[in-house]
Design a protein around this ligand. Structure first.
Ligand SMILES: Nc1ncnc2c1ncn2[C@@H]1O[C@H](COP(=O)(O)OP(=O)(O)OP(=O)(O)O)[C@@H](O)[C@H]1O
Ligand SMILES: [Mg+2]
Length: 230
């Protein structure tokens, strides 16, 4: 299938702990197409973040195969994985995860400098900040000098700076009031309508209902995969 952007085959993830192994993902197989909007739901501790971290190559599975953009990641070196992450994947977290000592502008520019080994002189960073409603003055603020909603908008701009194919979001509205959460979701949905693959972990049934498809994880297992009626 040519329009498949992510494929998992029998993925398992074990966290070895002194108190005993934790089987966080148990034999998950899944295929996601370019441009899909997928919600991942399930109880706390069921393995949602673990699954998203595998999809984002922030972590490698214990067994099974994961293909991103048709390429199997299991045999890749650390530097190949880092490169793949930089060009293919944007990550948005519940707690924003901005670098506290950098300004909003520098936070958005940071993945760009990692990819291109130079600062942005094309105006791309400013354009993205503008798109998410962060003006030039706010762009000079450190994350601690911004509201939660502003920080998440900076994080969205950062996730887009290298024009990734896939946006992975772990509870992106979890730390926002409901009105700001709606604004952030509308931004993410607009990006999806322009072709980005959107994968969102959420506790919020209202967000899951907006997705094309809902995947349910329980005790590390994929227990349901349902196409939503729009
Ligand atoms: N780094 C780690 N080391 C050991 N165990 C871990 C680690 N990360 C997660 N786990 C365990 O793996 C299981 C799945 O955790 P995960 O964070 O994926 O759950 P989750 O579905 O995202 O939960 P939540 O909704 O609370 O965020 C849990 O039992 C958790 O304790
Ligand atoms: Mg989680």
């Amino acid at each position: 299938m040519t329009d498949e952007v992510v494929r998992l085959e029998n993925i398992s993830k074990i966290y070895p702990l002194l108190s005993g192994d934790v089987l966080a993902l148990n034999n998950i197989s899944l295929s996601i197409k370019t441009g899909e909007f997928v919600a991942i739901i399930g109880p706390s501790g069921s393995g949602k973040s673990t699954l998203l971290n595998q999809l984002g190559c922030l972590d490698v599975p214990t067994s099974g195969d994961l293909k991103i953009g048709g390429k199997s990641i299991t045999q890749m070196s650390d530097s190949e994985l880092t490169h793949l992450r930089l060009i293919m994947i944007g990550f948005i977290f519940q707690k924003f995860n901005l670098l506290p000592l950098l300004s909003a502008y520098e936070n958005v520019e940071y993945p760009y400098t990692l990819k291109y080994r130079k600062r942005d002189t094309s105006g791309r960073v400013t354009k993205l900040l503008d798109m998410v409603g962060i003006n030039e003055d706010l762009a000079k603020h450190k994350p601690s000098e911004l509201s939660g909603g502003q920080q998440q908008r900076v994080a969205i701009a950062r996730s887009l700076v290298n024009n990734p194919k896939i946006l992975l979001c772990d509870e992106p509205t979890g730390n926002l009031d409901s009105k700001t959460g709606v604004l952030v979701m509308n931004m993410l949905k607009k990006l999806n309508s322009k072709g980005k693959t959107l994968i969102i972990v959420t506790h919020d049934p209202g967000i899951a209902a907006q997705a094309d498809r809902t995947i349910t994880i329980r005790d590390g297992e994929l227990v349901a995969d349902v196409v939503n009626n729009q």
